[in-house]
Design a protein around this ligand. Structure first.
Ligand SMILES: [Zn+2]
Length: 143
C-alpha cells in the first residue's frame, strides 16, 4: 500500500478505536505532522494547516493531536519551555534531541554507543530498558 493510503488507514483505525469520526480536519492534522520533519508546537501546526486553506478550529487541532499522542502515532516532546513540540512516530528511526536554549532549535541525534550505554546502565541496576527520553540542552559556542 502506498504510504499516504497506509497513513490514512492507520488514522481511521485510531479514530474508530477512540469513537471519533474520520474527518478532513483530523486527516489534515495527521498529514501536517506526518509530512514535516520539524518539531512544532500545537499552535504552529494549527497555523500551518489554516494557511493551507483547511477550515479547522484550534480546539480540533489540539484534541486530534492528543488522540494521536495517546495512540503513539505522534511523539510529544517536553523541551522545558512550557510548549510541547510534536513529531511523527511513523516510519521513524529512533533518535534523541538536543535543544538550543538560545535559538530554540531542536537538533536530532543518534549515537549507538550512547544507546548501548543506557541499556547497560539499566542492566547493571537489574533492569531491562524499556524506553528512554534523552535530551541535551545546549547553547552555541561563542567564538
Ligand atoms: Zn525528533
Amino acid at each position: 500500500m502506498a504510504t499516504a493510503a497506509k497513513n490514512i488507514q492507520i488514522l481511521k483505525e485510531v479514530l474508530q478505536k477512540e469513537g471519533l469520526r474520520f474527518t478532513r480536519q483530523r486527516l489534515a492534522v495527521w498529514t501536517e505532522i506526518g509530512i514535516s520533519r520539524k518539531h512544532r508546537d500545537a499552535d504552529d501546526i494549527f497555523i500551518s494547516i489554516r494557511s493551507k486553506g483547511v477550515k479547522v478550529s484550534r480546539a480540533t487541532v489540539y484534541r486530534t493531536i492528543d488522540v494521536l499522542v495517546k495512540n503513539k502515532l505522534v511523539r510529544k516532546l517536553d523541551v522545558g519551555d512550557g510548549k510541547n513540540r510534536f513529531e511523527s512516530k511513523i516510519d521513524e528511526e529512533h533518535h534523541d534531541h538536543m535543544i538550543c536554549l538560545e535559538t530554540g532549535n531542536i537538533i536530532e541525534f543518534y549515537n549507538s554507543r550512547l544507546e548501548q550505554l543506557q541499556e547497560k546502565i539499566a542492566l547493571d541496576n537489574g533492569y531491562e530498558l524499556v524506553r528512554h527520553v534523552h535530551q541535551l540542552f545546549v547553547r552555541p559556542i561563542k567564538k
